[in-house]
Design a protein. Structure first.
Length: 256
């Protein structure tokens, strides 16, 4: 199982590596849907009353601080740290009865290299588990090794907790809380690159269902999505998936 998780994390880590280049070739990781990098497309954080529309016009993002168009890959300070840090946090949101618990992984030298900005990967746990599932499967060790030993650009990982395992969207508002509250909080509190090309979402099992659901309904928020062993939510269904895909602008798309 951990060998499989190792492969999955390598695939996801690739979104940060290729997104940090200027290549116009397909940059997304192996996933349900990947889209070619388009420099004119900027990330937007949709408000709670709006839905994504098929437009490529950039909109301002409701964040507390501006970020550069691309992350700095050359830190100004030398840092020899080889291990990232995992912090436990809770976010109060009016979309959920209880605070949204999450773990956040910051890569080695995050706090030393204050001029560097980072891609973000949102990983959701599977059915019956919590935000610790990916940590138990070794995601921190794998990310540390990929960054320190294998040359992947550093990236942040967010592990949110979906408490209502037996509820599906739209009754389950975990997904809305992630889009409208958690992502803006992460972007405001951490040095993230706030462009869709530098934000990915994915997981396995039920978490993969969420990744597909959110990745397609909020295509302007995520540049890469991935679902592994994910049957999709019953409330979504093939017809909804097809209609969501049709709403995405006609950019080059690669199915794998």
């Amino acid at each position: 199982m951990k060998h499989i998780i190792h492969i999955i994390i390598i695939v996801y880590a690739g979104f940060g590596l290729v997104a940090c280049t200027q290549s116009q070739t397909t940059w997304g990781p192996t996933a349900i849907l990947t889209q070619d990098k388009k420099p004119s497309i900027t990330s937007t954080q949709p408000d709670r009353e709006s839905k994504p529309t098929a437009t490529l016009s950039p909109s301002p993002s409701p964040t507390k601080a501006s970020t550069p168009l691309a992350p700095s890959l050359t830190p100004t300070q030398a840092c020899k740290s080889t291990a990232g840090e995992v912090t436990t946090k809770h976010l109060t949101t009016d979309l959920l009865i209880e605070p949204l618990a999450y773990r956040i992984y910051t890569p080695p030298c995050y706090y030393q290299n204050s001029d560097q900005f980072y891609p973000v990967l949102y990983l959701i746990h599977g059915y019956g588990f919590d935000e610790e599932q990916w940590l138990r499967l070794g995601v921190k060790k794998i990310a540390d090794r990929l960054i320190h030993q294998e040359g992947y650009p550093p990236f942040i990982i967010v592990l949110p907790h979906d408490r209502d395992h037996n509820k599906l969207p739209p009754e389950n508002t975990f997904g809305e809380a992630l889009i409208f509250d958690l992502i803006p909080e992460i972007d405001a509190s951490y040095r993230t690159v706030q462009m869709r090309e530098f934000r990915a979402i994915g997981s396995l099992s039920r978490g993969g269902n969420w990744a597909i659901h959110l990745g397609l309904t909020h295509w302007d928020t995520f540049g890469s999505i991935g679902g592994h062993s994910s049957p999709i939510f019953v409330t979504d269904g093939p017809s909804k998936i097809e209609s969501w895909l049709k709403e995405i602008p006609p950019e080059p798309v690669s199915y794998t």
